[in-house]
Ligand binder design. Structure first.
Ligand SMILES: [Zn+2]
Length: 111
């Protein structure tokens, strides 16, 4: 009978540590997801058109003028697909071209 009890205890302990390990690995997975920055559309009021739509959070920089002073606000706001800034693929390509033309210029001794 005593053996049965200790066996049962051992089983319980094993079960507990297993569920703890599971809990930890689950937390790790959630953390990984957050770190990788997976963006899931959320139903929210769009910052621009004020309509409740599926939005993603965007980091925007707005420049405003108040009392002669220029204030720049950095905000993280929800924007719907229509108002979201377009992917900066072209801009990136352009700047890459600009960089390479700058490099070419530098190699020719124009800088
Ligand atoms: Zn919008």
């Amino acid at each position: 009978m005593a053996d049965d009890q200790s066996l049962h205890d051992r089983f319980l302990r094993k079960n507990q540590s297993l569920s703890r390990a599971y809990e930890i690995s689950r937390k790790d997975k959630v953390k990984d997801k957050t770190v990788s920055g997976e963006r899931v559309p959320v139903l929210a009021v769009c910052y621009r058109c004020k309509l409740e739509k599926l939005t993603l959070k965007y980091h925007i920089t707005e420049t405003g003028r108040t009392e002669g002073a220029v204030s720049v606000s950095n905000e993280y706001v929800p924007l719907c697909v229509d108002c979201a800034p377009k992917p900066k693929k072209n801009a990136a390509e352009l700047s890459k071209k600009q960089i390479s033309s700058l490099l070419r210029g530098a190699m020719k001794g124009r800088l």
